[in-house]
Design a protein around this ligand. Structure first.
Ligand SMILES: NC(=O)c1ccc[n+]([C@@H]2O[C@H](COP(=O)([O-])OP(=O)(O)OC[C@H]3O[C@@H](n4cnc5c(N)ncnc54)[C@H](OP(=O)(O)O)[C@@H]3O)[C@@H](O)[C@H]2O)c1
Length: 272
């Protein structure tokens, strides 16, 4: 029986959070999206009439919209506050996903635009979201704020496996992890747990429409990933991924060493 606020619930991991959390009618979930009407239709079509689901408009790139969403959330949750605050929404691009870092400079303007967008949404957007919603987390009982990160941001993972793709995305998630640690440093004394979780490789259709030649460029990376995680058989179904993450954030606490941490869905540094 908890109150959740999650960004980026229009699809993928975020939508699955809403689906699983709202299965318990005693939970309350507020989902933030850019397409409110479309998401409300999707919720109605796929989840039916769930009165414990509220969809609000917010664009992570727009402070005023997040501020309005925080005010509207306050009206919805009242004195219960927020138990779990989840920064899930993120900008992602195929621009840097398949090529080694130096190849990105072949399109200088695009590199600069995409790098800025990554920083704006994934780093500054997370700062705004946590800043505006943490007062409600302070009112909640559970007091946990989670950012959905990526194993791509782990230096040991990059260095030990020579992962030269996804440079701009990885850098934005690494910067976000630092921001999460800074929020933790500020709010740990108030009993608020801030930490970052990588969900693993989750099947949400990211690579469904990728040109075969782009995927070919990934072959050597795939080989290195296979060596890193021989047990890995492919992306995890999204329902399984969300169950694993929820078990982790339920058991994680300041006392057990998770304050400001950056961990995988297993609660450690095993990313796949
Ligand atoms: N899937 C994986 O294997 C994987 C692995 C590691 C980490 N992650 C992380 O998991 C999280 C969810 O990703 P996903 O895989 O579920 O991807 P997804 O299906 O593409 O979902 C991304 C979500 O972020 C939202 N979003 C993007 N820009 C936004 C903005 N400016 N303001 C508000 N919302 C915005 C999207 O909304 P729109 O519909 O409006 O675009 C969408 O709801 C991300 O933080 C991602 O980095 C995923």
């Amino acid at each position: 029986m908890s109150v959740y606020v999650v960004t980026g619930v229009s699809k993928g991991i975020g939508f699955e959070f809403v689906k699983q959390i709202s299965e318990d009618p005693k939970n309350l979930v507020v989902g933030l999206v850019r397409d409110k009407t479309g998401t409300e239709k999707k919720v109605a079509a796929e989840l039916g009439d769930r009165s414990n689901v509220h969809i609000l408009y917010a664009n992570l790139d727009n402070y005023a919209s997040l501020k309005q969403a925080a005010a509207d959330t306050t009206k919805i949750v009242g004195e219960r506050g927020i138990d779990y605050l989840v920064a899930n929404g993120a900008f992602m691009s195929h621009f840097d996903a398949f090529d080694p870092v130096s190849a990105l400079g072949n399109e200088v303007e695009k590199l600069e635009d995409i790098a800025s967008q990554y920083y704006k949404t994934n780093v500054v957007g997370t700062i705004h979201f946590f800043t505006l919603f943490t007062p409600l987390v302070m009112k909640g009982k559970v007091k946990k704020a989670i950012a959905i990160s990526s194993g791509h941001a782990d230096l040991d993972f990059i260095n030990n496996n020579d992962i030269d793709v996804s440079a701009l995305y990885a850098a934005s998630k690494a910067a976000m992890n630092v921001i999460v640690a800074k929020f933790s440093a500020q709010y740990k004394k108030d009993g608020v747990l801030f930490f970052s979780i990588s969900p693993g490789v989750v099947d949400v259709g990211h690579f469904d429409n990728v040109a075969p030649e782009k995927m070919q460029g990934m072959a050597s990376v795939m080989g290195r990933l296979q060596a890193y995680a021989p047990h890995f058989k492919g992306p995890i179904p999204v329902d399984e991924a969300i169950r694993t993450i929820r078990l982790l954030w339920e058991r994680a606490s300041i006392e057990t060493g998770y304050a400001g941490a950056f961990v995988s869905q297993f609660g450690n540094k095993q990313w796949m």
